[in-house]
Design a protein around this ligand. Structure first.
Ligand code: ADP
Ligand code: MG
Length: 679
């Protein structure tokens, strides 16, 4: 496999850009597939356009004007025999204006969108009339990044193809490469003929694409199968059932375990006693009491003399676990320690030393836990909270921290139900337990939807409720999904509310604040010193303040249903009636109304996830991060689920009948994943 640097025109600047797209080798380029195609060979009639696609258009200029609006622009109405389109220019200069005259014929290429005047093309490429078209194939449009033009990217991919496509060996059994060899499949996808079935291509269902997708899915299954087989043969941190710690812990609680908590605890204990490492996913709706189940699991490992690590995705959540576990375990003489990325210098050194010498028994922290400098003396159990925030690689990194060639047991807790087909591919190596019961005494949350133009009413009502002693969350999200902009919005809301309701105690948390500041605010809210907490979605996971009973979410229509359900789950934890107000920007589309009404109708995370899956597809459930971390080059789990079973079947066959190709397939499709010998 050759380096990208050997291609003509690729210097270090281009390399950096390509790296952003995870393109490192010429093979990576070959498998970097188009996200769309342009047809520059045919002029399309203006009544045949679909929004979001690019076309070659030709028509006569009907009008030229400069509408007044927020942004200055030039609008040119163009008409052909079938319809009209407006060309819109925001960047206006004399030479551009001079190009257009009333009644003149114009040919252009550009993407059609919905604008203020209906179908519009922003800043089209103006092309000469009467020039014969040289394009005999469709032109590929690739996923790219700022600073890397389609033209350059296309050129690099072409070079990679010309120089290296002959080196590609067929790795699948013959019956899969009869219609398309690997090289022909790639050639077809990068340069489809003009008469190609576009619908098939755009849906990833052309046989040339299926040929590649199947090969990739097979390779992923091979990776999971070999990893699982390998792990089943490593020694684990075998535990005895805890007789002392767990009973002592349970006896201090003011409540007893739910039946579901008991059942799942037993399933975990069964695994911990085995001489092969546990890999168990615990799913349970928000508020189901997963933390306690984790603590009981920790008791078994701790009493057997092992260290336990608990990792949470955010500082706030890790801190909350730290305080809980300290309260529960320190009376039992178990040292509970804290490790976070923000810890520097001496404090960090002390924490790491205690972990290395086994003085710290129970270690709680964030991503910092799996850095190389953190060495455990005898790590026996790894607990990961809210798994969907972590990638598979990070999960593996902690698993490799076991001592003396033992592999720690792993317990993963998530509130996001994962559909079976997805679980099979993303977590093919996990067993699953479900906590399907909430602790008694919860009153269901009432959810209402309110248009944003009634924001002021809502604000007045909330202020009044807070003044009467209730506690509320106010979550700010913006149209653009950016923590930095959300933080600004939250800050503005915070300042506004503070000035207008000076008698209220208001707090603010967002992702741009220092961890210590965030924690201080959260703790003050928990102690009921603040009645109203303005926040961004950083509070989404896990934070537990039982007295809070009001949740207001701005721009709710922008968030995924599962995410909204998680946010809403911050209230309804105490005995008092709780409310959730979803504010949306009107008008709300049919689709948007349907989505929000699901939340009004159901408080059950599993039902919500299922509906969400029907409406939006699985990407959202797993979180883009996670699906990204699965590292697919051509396959797309949402789109290609229907091929999973076949892929799994072929993978098993290959391991048995053709083990020599397994490594080559893994090298081609998962070059950076850890490799395990099949035993
Ligand atoms: P999650 O599953 O969302 O992580 P938590 O573990 O944070 O839920 O638990 C939510 C709340 O329920 C906590 O305040 C916890 O103390 C309480 N809780 C847990 N188990 C029980 C139980 N069996 N009975 C009553 N309350 C419980
Ligand atoms: Mg939790």
């Amino acid at each position: 496999m050759a380096s990208i640097r050997d291609l003509k025109g690729v210097g270090s600047a281009a390399c950096n850009l390509l790296e952003k797209l995870h393109l490192f080798s010429t093979d990576d380029l070959l498998f970097h597939l188009p996200r769309d195609y342009e047809d520059r060979s045919t002029i399309v009639a203006m009544n045949q356009l679909s929004v979001g696609r690019s076309y070659l258009l030709e028509g006569e200029v009907q009008s030229i004007d400069f509408p007044s609006g927020k942004r200055k622009s030039m609008a040119i109405l163009l008409q052909d025999d079938f319809g009209k389109v407006t060309l819109r220019f925001y960047h206006i200069y004399k030479a551009l204006i001079d190009q257009f005259n009333l009644g003149q014929r114009i040919r252009l290429f550009g993407e059609v969108r919905i604008g203020a005047r209906g179908l519009e093309v922003y800043h089209p490429e103006i092309l000469p009339l009467h020039v014969l078209n040289k394009h005999s194939r469709l032109t590929a449009i690739y996923p790219s990044t700022e600073g890397l033009t389609q033209k350059k990217l296309r050129d690099y991919i072409q070079q990679a193809f010309d120089q290296h496509s002959d080196d590609l060996t067929e790795l699948l059994p013959k019956e899969f490469s009869t219609t398309y060899s690997l090289k022909n499949a790639l050639s077809y996808i990068h340069h489809p003929p003009l008469d190609a079935n576009m619908q098939q291509l755009m849906q990833g269902q052309h046989p040339a694409q299926q040929r590649l997708i199947l090969e990739e899915l097979i390779s992923h299954q091979l990776s999971l199968l070999t990893r699982r087989a390998y792990l089943q043969h490593t020694a684990s941190a075998c535990c005895k059932p805890s007789t002392h710690f767990s009973h002592a812990l349970l006896s201090t609680l003011p409540f007893s375990l739910t039946r579901a908590q008991q059942r799942v605890s037993e399933e975990i204990l069964h695994d911990l006693q085995q001489n092969k490492p546990m890999l168990r996913l615990v799913q349970g709706d928000v508020g189901a009491g997963k933390t306690l189940v984790a603590a009981i699991a920790a008791c078994h490992a701790l009493e057997s003399g092992w260290q336990v690590a608990l990792m949470a995705p955010t500082e706030i959540l890790a801190e909350q676990h730290y305080l809980n576990f300290k309260r529960w375990l320190e009376p039992l003489d178990i040292q509970v320690s804290w490790l976070s990325g923000k810890q520097k210098g001496k404090a960090r050194h002390l924490a790491e030393t205690a972990i290395q010498h086994g003085i710290a028994n129970m270690v709680i922290g964030t991503h910092a836990l799996f850095q190389n400098s953190v060495i455990f003396k005898q790590l026996g159990l790894v607990i990961i909270d809210e798994q969907h925030r972590f990638g598979v690689d990070q999960r593996l990194a902690l698993r490799d921290k076991g001592a003396n060639s033992t592999t720690p047991h792993q317990l993963i807790m998530t509130a996001t139900p994962i559909p079976r087909t997805l679980a099979m591919s993303a977590y093919g190596d996990l067993d699953t337990s479900i906590i399907d019961e909430l602790p008694p005494g919860r009153t269901p949350i009432q959810t209402v939807t309110v248009p944003l133009d009634r924001r002021e009413d809502v604000l007045q009502r909330i202020a009044k409720n807070c003044a009467e002693g209730k506690q509320a969350y106010w979550v700010c999200t913006l149209v653009e999904q950016s923590e930095s902009l959300d933080a600004q919005a939250a800050e503005a809301t915070y300042l506004d509310i503070q000035t207008r309701f000076p008698q209220l105690h208001v707090g603010l948390v967002h992702g741009k604040m220092k961890a210590t500041e965030k924690q201080a605010v959260m703790q003050a809210f928990k102690r009921n010193e603040l009645q109203l907490l303005i926040a961004t979605t950083v509070i989404e996971v896990g934070v537990d303040v039982p007295n809070a009973s009001l949740m207001i979410i701005e721009n709710a229509e922008r968030l995924g249903l599962s995410q909204l359900h998680q946010l809403r789950g911050r209230v309804g934890r105490g005995a008092q009636a709780s409310f959730c107000v979803l504010m949306y920007k009107s008008p709300l589309s049919q689709h948007g109304q349907e989505r929000l009404s699901i939340l009004k109708q159901s408080n059950d995370g599993f039902i919500i996830a299922e509906k969400d899956l029907q409406i939006r597809g699985p990407g959202e459930l797993l979180g883009t991060k996670q699906t990204g971390d699965l590292g697919f080059k051509v396959a797309n789990l949402e789109r290609d689920q229907y091929l999973l079973h076949q892929a799994q079947h072929i993978a098993q066959q290959l391991i048995q009948q053709n083990p020599q190709t397994v490594d080559a397939l893994l090298q081609r499709w998962l070059p950076h994943a850890p490799r395990y010998a099949y035993v």
